[in-house]
Design a protein around this ligand. Structure first.
Ligand code: GTP
Ligand code: MG
Length: 370
């Protein structure tokens, strides 16, 4: 735990390994370059070299193993794609989300009360598509900053009367950096001054070339306002998903990502999570960031109570002891004690890091004054 080889530690201290080995000998430790030394010894050596070492409590290795455990390829089954919508201001992202949601969700889920949980699923041709409701850019930046990749496909909305604008380019860059394929929705084609060809022309500069021009980007002309072309757009999204062969193991350890979370006055902490592997169940013990708890209730985007939620399902869960952050990964634990342990370790590490940051800031301030 927290151990490091003499060689690696020497690199960290920017010293020759031989120097370290000599010091270790003085401490009565016979060591080779590949030998592991513990954190206490590391601290001693570091102070010998006039360096103060802050040993940060490592995250439970077992917990990390659980997060990265590999699934047997035979256990993998297709899962719905997770889609975000991005585009320039006013190009129609919200209108499109609402249009898809209205025509696809409330129509098929009779009796359900549609509620805002930050993500929803629609059904098309007997298949599901999961949409993240958070503004695409935000979803990308906050999620990716935390190392979470949740999006499989991006719908890039470009208004046909306005063309490619700065945030269109930004969106393209986000998607490319995350290696997420783009389906272009050329929106507002109902407008008299709409010019879909201009959009295609402009996007070729960014490597998005339509199929009819020899490229491989799918363009779907739509009017989000008039509800035109939506079915075709969604079919295109499914086509792209097929190429990706998106899979998950419904029997694996449930894990996923927090999409958004808040403190609800009546229900306490509630978090919308996207299940990315395994099947989350009511009663499961979940660790999410620095929060944990037993899942007391799960609700989907149509207000329906669920007992289980499989891969690519967004659900709102109750039962955490605090409000996790968007982008936090969650994982199901077998026992509550292990869960609490991990969360406590993470919290103390976070505190330590904060303290170190404050210390650094004050030092910097000092130097600035000199
Ligand atoms: P931000 O959230 O501000 O970035 O904008 P947005 O991309 O979500 O755009 P929004 O959906 O709010 O649409 C902006 C305006 O364009 C609204 O007035 C919509 O009614 C209008 N609009 C959206 N789609 C269409 C369309 O297909 N045709 C026409 N004519 N207007 C549309
Ligand atoms: Mg909007």
């Amino acid at each position: 735990e927290g151990a490091m080889s003499v060689g690696d530690f020497a690199k960290l201290l920017q010293r020759e390994p031989a120097e370290l080995i000599k010091r270790l000998l003085l401490l009565g430790v016979m060591a080779t370059i590949n030998q592991e030394i513990d954190t206490d010894t590391m601290e001693l050596i570091a102070s010998d070299f006039g360096v103060t070492l802050h040993v940060v409590e490592p995250v439970d290795e077992e917990a990390l193993d659980m997060l990265v455990e590999e699934d047997d390829p035979a256990s993998l089954v297709p899962r719905p794609p997770v889609v975000t919508i991005m585009g320039h201001v006013d190009h129609g992202k919200t209108t499109l989300l609402d249009a898809i949601r209205e025509s696809k969700v409330t129509a098929t889920e009779s009796g359900g009360i549609t509620q805002h949980i930050g993500a929803y699923q629609v059904e098309i041709a007997d298949r599901q598509i999961t949409f993240l409701d958070t503004p695409g850019h935000e979803a990308f930046t906050t999620m990716r900053a935390r190392g979470a990749q949740v999006t499989d496909i991006t719908i890039l909305v470009v208004a046909a009367d306005d063309g490619v604008m700065p945030q269109t380019v930004e969106a393209i860059n986000h998607a490319k950096a995350a290696n997420v394929p783009i389906v272009v929705a050329v929106n507002k084609i109902d407008k008299p001054d709409a010019n879909p060809d201009r959009v295609k022309q402009e996007l070729t500069q960014y490597g998005l070339v339509p199929e009819e021009w020899g490229g491989d980007t799918i363009f779907a002309p739509i009017s989000a306002l008039k509800r035109q072309g939506l079915e075709e757009l969604l079919e295109m999204v499914l086509l792209v998903a097929d190429v990706q062969e998106l899979k998950a193991n419904p029997e694996g350890r449930p894990r996923g990502t927090v999409i958004e979370a808040k403190l609800d006055r009546g229900r306490g902490p509630v978090a919308t999570v996207l299940v990315q592997n395994g099947t989350l169940k009511v009663g499961d013990i979940v660790v999410a960031g620095t929060t944990y708890g037993r899942v007391r209730a799960m609700v989907n985007d149509t207000g329906r109570r669920l007992k289980t939620a499989g891969p690519s399902t967004p659900v709102e869960i109750q039962g955490l002891n605090g409000v996790p952050s968007a982008g936090d990964q969650f994982v199901v634990y077998d026992d509550e004690r292990g869960a609490r342990n991990l969360v406590e370790k993470r919290m103390s590490r976070e505190k330590q890091e904060q303290m170190q940051n404050t210390a650094r800031v004050t030092l910097d301030d000092l130097y600035r004054q000199i």
